[in-house]
Design a protein around this ligand. Structure first.
Ligand SMILES: [Zn+2]
Length: 334
């Protein structure tokens, strides 16, 4: 059996496990996906969900940015639908200049299911009052904002490269854990500069906060500079999901390494933990500018996986079923 056959065989085997309910538990009764416009049945997420992108941001100096052109963003989001994308998660937070109103307009005009995140991205862009608050008070803010802004996920929750974790950022993660327990919303994270130990610290803090790690995606793993496969599998072993959300940037010299890592994670039996996205945030990737589009994960990276032998059934589980399971939750009164 060659490598390609092995992966296909593996995919079929896992599929059989899944169909017997041994791999992925069915979604809980009453589970919904909270989009920016309405709560929808998870069944609406039939195609690819891009779990970590940025559809709205503004510059701190107030200067114009391509995101200000809502018509442009609507066109670019619509183009993703023709590639089979049915849902896009905006991992933006207020500190990154994300505008909830812009997301709403893009969703209305494009017809795309858009899920808004929220939280604290980096100490350098925390609102000042966060520093005076306790974790419980920050959690109260998260719960209130999640309601007011219709968050469908918490994050991207970020940390810098301090080891141990910076105390203010730790407070943010503790607050995210508390807000997760109160709302049922999943958590997606931002790991800085490929700091694998920082990723494990995030896992530790969330686990200590009582979070079911199957409801967490640890993000930006592609940036881990060495032993990407081993370090990714170490995170999977802890129970968390793996966010390969920088997989598809054109010209990235490490694309083959990302493919090998995905194959190794599949071989290790963690098919249900793989999450792909591209963390779109630059105008050079727009179709209008000759780029691969917001959904470059689909247009650029997926062909590499196909070529390496990953079959359609496995791709569907990675691109559609894993993020749908993450986003589906039973709302709580909070
Ligand atoms: Zn990030």
């Amino acid at each position: 059996m060659n490598r390609r056959e092995a992966i296909q065989w593996l995919g079929a085997g896992l599929g059989a496990l899944a169909s017997r309910g041994l791999l992925a538990a069915p979604l809980p009764k009453g589970a919904i996906v909270r989009t920016i416009l309405e709560d929808v049945s998870p069944d609406r997420l039939t195609g690819t969900t891009l779990f970590h992108e940025h559809l709205s941001m503004s510059r701190t100096d107030g200067k114009p940015i391509f995101y200000d052109d809502i018509g442009l963003m609507v066109d670019e989001v619509r183009a993703c639908a023709t590639d089979g994308v049915s849902c896009i998660v905006d991992a933006g937070v207020a500190g990154l200049g994300r505008k909830i109103e812009a997301l709403r307009t893009i969703a209305q005009r494009s017809g795309m299911l858009i899920v808004a995140g929220g939280g604290l991205h980096s100490k350098t862009d925390f609102p000042q009052d966060v520093f005076r608050k306790t974790a419980d008070e920050v959690a109260d803010d998260f719960v209130a904002l999640a309601k007011a802004e219709r968050w469908g996920v918490i994050g991207e929750m970020g940390t810098g490269t301090d080891l141990p974790m910076d105390p203010e950022e730790r407070k943010g993660f503790e607050a995210a854990a508390k807000a997760h327990l109160r709302t049922g919303l999943a958590i997606i994270t931002h790991v800085s500069d490929g700091c694998a130990q920082c990723a494990l610290d995030q896992v530790d803090v969330l686990e200590a906060g009582g979070v079911d790690l199957r409801r967490v995606v640890i993000g930006h793993l592609n940036e881990i500079p060495d032993e990407l496969t081993a370090k990714s599998i170490a995170i999977a072993k802890r129970g968390a999901n793996l966010g390969f959300d920088h997989s598809a940037r054109p010209g990235d010299p490490r694309i083959d390494e990302y493919v090998r890592t995905i194959l190794a994670v599949l071989e290790a039996g963690y098919e249900d933990r793989i999450f792909l996205s591209s963390d779109f945030a630059s105008s050079k990737y727009l179709r209008k500018n000759g780029g691969p589009g917001i959904d470059m994960t689909v247009t650029t990276f997926v062909p590499h996986l196909r070529k390496a032998g990953v079959n359609d059934a496995v791709l569907h589980r990675i691109l559609a079923e894993n993020p749908r399971r993450l986003l589906a939750f039973v709302p709580k009164a909070a």
